[in-house]
Design a protein around this ligand. Structure first.
Ligand code: HEC
Ligand code: HEC
Length: 216
């Protein structure tokens, strides 16, 4: 279902994203396309996230970069985390990198964020007292209720998930994992999400992006 563009429900978000890309917004009525050009101009972009934003020196993920462009460069109303337009634009941009290997940078200013991500990934949390690693490194392939635990690679995000009856970001998926072990969930856009995403991207280095994924 995921491989077939006509069967993959995530392609609806890609199509919506393609429309939004053309939509004039903000005081100067500029579209994303007005600055970035037409479809295909974002090929490769998704392979480099999360990355360090300059000059702030903060880590941003792809959704964060889109939110930033929208409010600062397009000067349009901000897009909420996990909103349909944000997921659609992210799916549209990520789809353009389908088949390309993930290549995050963990050097220089990114290093401390990466190290915190690594720590978080190995830290036991929640009432079940489990770390990400205990499920996705030590127990992948095992059943957890109706689910088979995977190696936990974020190559397909945003994904269409049947349980959500819609699309969701990697951050939403990580919140599901945390709630699964009865741990406190990180808020959307929090440093923890970005640090974990950078660690995950490093773990997945060389794997091809296959967004939009389809999940149960
Ligand atoms: C006024 C011009 C302008 C507008 C409008 C604009 N952007 Fe940007 N965008 C930029 C600039 C400049 C950069 C930074 C340089 C670059 O990476 O191309 C950037 C960077 C990006 C990046 C990161 C690319 C990469 O390779 O890391 C993404 C993704 C992006 N924009 C998405 C969008 C989306 C989605 C919209 C519409 C909601 C949008 N932009 C609207 C100017 C703009
Ligand atoms: C109790 C076991 C468990 C723990 C702990 C756990 N997860 Fe998961 N995770 C799952 C299950 C089950 C799924 C859904 C099936 C799958 O794709 O693996 C999942 C899905 C994922 C996915 C999506 C994989 C995909 O292909 O869609 C990522 C990424 C992920 N987890 C990362 C993490 C991170 C990071 C942590 C720590 C914050 C974590 N998980 C903690 C069980 C766990």
């Amino acid at each position: 279902m995921q491989a077939d563009e006509f069967e993959n429900p995530g392609m609806l978000w890609v199509a919506r994203g393609a429309n939004l890309w053309q939509q004039p917004e903000g005081p100067q009525a500029r579209s994303c396309a007005g600055c970035h050009g037409e479809g295909g101009s974002m090929r490769g972009a998704a392979t480099r996230y999360p990355q360090i934003d300059q000059p702030s020196g903060q880590l941003v993920d792809l959704e964060g970069r889109i939110r930033q462009c929208r409010s600062e460069r397009q000067q349009a109303a901000p897009l909420d985390w996990e909103s349909e337009p944000l997921l659609s634009l992210a799916a549209y941009v990520a789809f353009q990198s389908r088949g390309l290997p993930i290549r995050p940078s963990i050097d220089g200013a990114a290093r401390p964020f990466f190290e915190r991500g690594r720590e978080l990934y190995h830290q036991r949390v929640g009432q079940m007292n489990l770390s990400c690693s205990q499920c996705h490194d030590s127990n992948w392939g095992r059943q957890l209720g109706p689910e088979t635990i995977s190696q936990g690679h974020g190559t397909g995000y945003p994904v269409y998930r049947l349980e959500w009856q819609g699309a969701g970001s990697l951050q939403r998926r990580l919140r599901s994992c945390l709630s699964g072990v009865r741990a406190e969930m990180f808020p959307y856009g929090s440093p923890e999400h970005l640090e974990l995403a950078l660690y995950l991207a490093w773990r997945a280095e060389g794997l091809a992006i296959d967004a939009p994924g389809v999940r149960r």
